[in-house]
Design a protein around this ligand. Structure first.
Ligand code: DGL
Length: 261
């Protein structure tokens, strides 16, 4: 019996691949299911009830697959319904958090880029309030996540000047996992360092899995898997994540929009 942990990673689309990449590098021994709900994306301006419904539906798919843990690799869904998801599912549910703490430790003038739902959330406000010495400008970018999705999946041109104001800042926090896919471009455009929460999330996943079952973290012989499901964004995903061989053996990717997998 294959005892390697099963981890479900969910986002509204391809943004969560930044989290999957960090998890793959930190916990290569796990099996991953990735679900990008791009049939309903972008989530950033949807009603909260709808975001919670779609997130619950995605995590229920992971539950049916016997997941040991799920990651809501979407800042918007985390901000709106992570508490509800933790109550509803018996496996640990990890959320993503904008890397506000990391940025505030090193900078005084911080720009936070996020979707409208994340930008207006109590969760982000509470996080920011912990750092009174730092000045934060929170900018809701209503169409940037969709533009990133369209850029990578359909080759559409992405002009950052349409989405991000030219604000002077010491650094920018990428409060949406889609933005992490274009971190270098944003850093270049704003002329400052950028922070995203992918590594921190992977660290949290590793901690929880090892608490749950320390055996998962013993050296083991890796075993192969079936190939990933073919779909519209799998070739992008493979390029983004790097090693296609690795992907083929350890990750099942799907972007099945409104169906289950
Ligand atoms: N990746 C999602 C996030 O982190 C994007 C949300 C959207 O689809 O607008 O918020």
């Amino acid at each position: 019996m294959d005892r390697r942990p099963k981890v479900g990673i969910f986002d509204s689309g391809i943004g969560g691949l930044s989290v999957l990449r960090a998890c793959l590098s930190r916990i290569p021994q796990a099996r991953y299911y990735y679900f990008g709900d791009n049939g309903n994306a972008p989530y950033g301006s949807l009603p909260k009830e709808e975001i919670a419904r779609l997130t619950g539906r995605a995590l229920a798919m992971f539950e049916r697959r016997g997941a040991d843990l799920a990651v809501v690799a979407c800042n918007t869904a985390t901000a709106v319904c992570i508490g509800e998801m933790r109550k509803r599912f018996s496996f640990p549910v990890v959320g993503v958090e904008p890397a506000v703490a990391q940025a505030a430790k090193a900078h005084r003038e911080v720009l936070v880029l996020a979707t409208p739902r994340t930008a207006e959330s109590d969760r982000l406000k509470t996080l920011i309030d912990r750092f009174p010495e730092t000045h934060f400008t929170v900018f809701p970018a209503p169409r940037l996540a969709a533009a990133v999705e369209a850029h990578f999946c359909r080759g559409e041109r992405l002009a950052l000047s349409v989405h991000i104001p030219e604000i002077r800042c010491d650094c920018a926090v990428l409060g949406c996992t889609h933005y992490a896919l274009i971190a270098d471009e944003i850093a270049k455009y704003l002329h400052c360092p950028v922070y995203d929460g992918a590594e921190g999330t992977a660290g949290q996943v590793a901690r929880l899995l090892s608490e749950k079952n320390p055996d998962h973290f013993r050296p083991h012989r890796k075993r192969g898997h079936d190939s990933i499901k073919q779909n519209k964004f799998s070739s992008f995903s493979i390029n983004f994540l790097g090693e296609s061989k690795h992907m083929n053996r350890y990750v099942f990717i799907t972007n099945i929009c409104s169906q289950s997998f």
